[in-house]
Design a protein around this ligand. Structure first.
Ligand SMILES: [Zn+2]
Length: 212
């Protein structure tokens, strides 16, 4: 192939939530979620700039079904800031489940954005909490460092990867989702809906072998 994407100083690899609880055996396992860890670790060797996100919830977080009596995981509920899927307990602060998967090895990653630590609001996106308004600071971090193109990888494709990629588009970054470096949960067609939505918002989906 002659037109593979070359990675440069203005590119950043965003690694979303590659944590034990999102892998098989974890509290909110994404099918085959663990498979992305070695793929992303290899991919990261091409990037000077890498940012990780880490889902990081206090006990009794509002996104947990167990916080709402009579509710079951994967039910939708309307909270103060809008619709919210209720999840099994996952990624509790300072637990093994919240740690990065052991096969994720990116020693040169420069920043970890923690999200979901406010008790009453969930955060799918690396950029904004689920109210769509409270920033994590990642937009400013990328801009200040002159990073303009964001490659998005991780878990889960149809939730935190999707919302991170879409917010990056909204903020004017060039956005590429490396789809074989992601795995989805797929609730009621959410993977197909994600592909449609990403395309509509201007994010490009590629395979990792398209990167030089
Ligand atoms: Zn979470």
């Amino acid at each position: 192939m002659t037109d593979r994407l070359a990675i440069g100083a203005a590119d950043v690899l965003l690694v979303v939530d590659v944590q034990n609880d999102f892998c098989p055996g974890g509290g909110l396992a994404v099918p085959r979620g663990h498979e992305v860890a070695p793929i992303i670790s290899r991919l990261a060797e091409r990037f000077q700039n890498v940012v990780l996100t880490q889902d990081w919830h206090p006990p009794g977080h509002h996104s947990f079904a167990s916080t709402h009596p009579g509710r079951q995981p994967f039910e939708a509920l309307v909270l103060a800031y809008g619709a919210q899927v209720l999840w099994p307990d996952h990624c509790l602060q300072e637990t093994t489940g919240a740690e990065f998967h052991a096969d994720l090895r990116i020693p040169h990653a420069a920043a970890v954005i923690r999200k979901g630590f406010r008790p009453l609001i969930d955060s799918y996106s690396a950029f904004y909490e689920n109210d769509g308004a409270t920033p994590t600071g990642l937009v400013g971090y990328l801009r200040e460092r002159g990073l303009t193109r964001v490659f998005v990888t991780g878990l889960a494709f149809d939730f935190c990867v999707r919302y991170s990629a879409e917010d990056a588009c909204r903020e004017g970054f060039s956005v590429i989702v490396v789809e074989d470096a992601c795995r989805g949960i797929d609730i009621e067609g959410s993977v197909a809906a994600t592909r449609r939505s990403l395309a509509a918002k201007g994010a490009v989906c590629i395979a990792s072998d398209a990167i030089a």
